[in-house]
Design a protein around this ligand. Structure first.
Ligand code: AMP
Ligand code: FE
Ligand code: FE
Ligand code: ZN
Length: 283
């Protein structure tokens, strides 16, 4: 089984990079990529553990980007020590802290007693994402689940007005390419675009250097998989497969390699072709 999209504690996943690799090994994953949000910090640790456990490891990153919509761009085969990506992470870490503090103020005004220290406990004091705030809200009893915390507090207009600046997609693709990586559009269904809109955007992404589409994704329906596969073929793009595993406390219904309710098992993922073509592009 393969899985090319997952998160560790270096971003908003629940497990440390080493532990994540151990869970992957136990789940029967043979090729994996770690794709933390906006950071390559976990790659060396994960890669070392993967080689001990005999798992084929591909370095990765997922960059939250803008361009009309929120676009997530995956980068595969990036250099684990790339200076450009490291300095991007540093800038972004500061934006995330600023955002967290503004948001705490907002929650406090609503009568919710939450502090930066409390949220830091949830995420080991590292990069703060909305899922960390959501988990803190659940632990404090302000929401039943992470999902409810998102709906009640973290997907509101007030929150979005405090959101952090994100790079334009062309910049994200350029950063990935400069780090020696291959850029792939993550979970395209989240864009919510119709066929014409999607093609228009895809053309611009390809002109900026995009190489592939994450056609096999936990939340894609069989129809969506077929649709994105056809488009990938038409535009000469590669296709990839990922669960977007974050751990049971963050995304309870997503399993490594299997997706949502075994969606990736049912999809008969062409694993060999995916890995061969991706590695060919990485070079
Ligand atoms: P951020 O980049 O900090 O704004 O947070 C975005 C992250 O929140 C992404 O990793 C999403 O996967 C995650 N996310 C969005 N909605 C939900 C949800 N309802 N439950 C859990 N995680 C979510
Ligand atoms: Fe995430
Ligand atoms: Fe994403
Ligand atoms: Zn992700």
């Amino acid at each position: 089984m393969i899985d090319l999209h997952m998160h560790s504690t270096c971003s908003d996943g629940q497990n440390k990079p080493e532990k994540l690799v151990e869970i992957a090994a136990a789940a029967g994953i043979t090729t994996m990529a770690l794709t933390d949000h906006d950071t390559i910090n976990g790659l060396e640790r994960a890669s070392a553990r993967a080689s001990q456990l005999g798992i084929d490891f591909i370095s990765g990153i997922e960059i939250g980007s803008q361009g009309g919509r929120e676009l997530h761009i995956l980068g595969y085969g990036v250099d684990c020590n790339d200076k450009g990506l490291k300095s991007f992470y540093e800038d972004n870490r500061i934006h995330r802290i600023t955002r967290r503090d503004k948001f705490i103020e907002l929650l406090n005004k609503l009568g919710i007693e939450i502090t930066a220290e409390y949220i830091a406990d949830v995420n080991d004091g590292k990069s703060t994402g909305r899922p960390h705030i959501a988990r803190a809200l659940v632990n404090l009893g302000y929401a039943e689940s992470v999902d409810e915390a998102f709906k009640k507090y973290l997907q509101t207009p007030e929150f979005y007005s405090y959101d952090r600046p994100k790079p334009y997609y062309s910049i994200s693709i350029e950063m990935i390419r400069n780090a020696g990586g291959v850029a792939v559009l993550a979970h395209p269904y989240t864009l919510g675009l119709d066929d014409m809109e999607f093609r228009l955007l895809l053309k611009k992404l390809v002109m900026s250097g995009l190489c592939g589409i994450e056609c096999y994704y936990s939340r894609h329906t069989p129809e969506q998989i077929e649709y994105y596969r056809n488009i990938a073929d038409e535009y000469g793009l590669i296709f990839t497969c990922g669960s977007d595993y974050h751990g049971p406390d963050v995304k309870p219904n997503i399993l490594l390699g299997r997706g949502y309710k075994d969606s990736l098992i049912k999809a008969n993922v062409p694993e060999y072709e995916i890995i061969e073509r991706l590695k060919e592009k990485i070079g």
